[in-house]
Design a protein around this ligand. Structure first.
Ligand code: URA
Length: 236
């Protein structure tokens, strides 16, 4: 109730004590569990509408966290890293449990839709440590698209950033689509399986200043820019 703009928490408690609040037609009591999405709340006979504050924040997801709201295996969830009282957040898109890096959490369904639906095509950039050193043919195949069970991948931006001992190579791969485990499948297809994977950028957003496990709120300006970016990338 306090979140709906009626007044302070204390004032809302007074209203309840005075018997002026009804939940689904019954007089409310203090401490009663109420879900504004499911229960009808009235004060002095008038319906209370809860104003839902939209928030969006960026998390630097550690490896080993799932990006689903529920996990039957009981693994840690990326939403466990953020606690905002009264706000139920969900991840925007997915990162595999073993993938680290940038993931957004929000309670704004429209924003989540725009950032994940393939027709909006926001660029997402990954750093993939792969086995072996992909040659020009493998890099060209990754760029042009490879046939996966889910269909051919769309053109991607791929750069060989570094060659490391092992031998391993660090690739920067940018995609506008988000098929399940896409980077891992693409790299495996060209014979260079992924050893480590991290998402480092989403549109203009980077992980700058965020250590693993940390999060920060996006500014209203960043949210507007993201929506504009998704709108611009829209494919009919
Ligand atoms: N591609 C993958 O293979 N895994 C991710 O988590 C994201 C993109």
């Amino acid at each position: 109730m306090a979140g709906s703009g009626i007044g302070s928490r204390r004032y809302c408690e007074e209203l309840i004590r005075d018997g002026r609040v009804m939940v689904d037609g019954k007089v409310a009591t203090l401490g009663m569990k109420v879900d504004p999405a499911k229960n009808l709340i009235c004060v002095d006979g008038k319906k209370v509408t809860v104003s839902k504050r939209h928030v969006c924040l960026m998390v630097n997801k550690p490896k080993g966290y799932v990006s689903t709201v529920k996990d039957p295996q009981g693994r840690p969830k990326v939403t466990d890293l953020v606690r905002i009282p009264g706000v139920r957040l969900f991840p925007v898109g997915r990162l595999d449990c073993q993938t680290s890096g940038l993931i957004l959490l929000t309670n704004d369904g429209e924003l989540a839709y725009m950032l994940t639906h393939p027709k909006y095509g926001v660029w997402k950039t990954y750093h993939a440590l792969v086995k072996g050193i992909p040659g020009p043919k493998a890099l060209a195949a990754l760029r042009e698209g490879v046939p996966l069970a889910e269909g051919r991948t769309a053109p991607a931006r791929v750069e060989l950033l570094r060659v490391l001992r092992g031998p391993h190579a660090l690739l920067e791969i940018s995609l506008r689509e988000g098929k399940k485990r896409q980077v891992r499948k693409m790299c495996r297809y060209v014979g260079h399986p992924v050893v480590e994977l991290k998402r480092v950028r989403l549109g203009f957003l980077t992980l700058k200043g965020l250590r693993t496990g940390e999060y920060r709120f996006l500014t209203q300006e960043e949210i507007e820019r993201l929506k504009e970016l998704a709108g611009r990338g829209r494919q009919k």
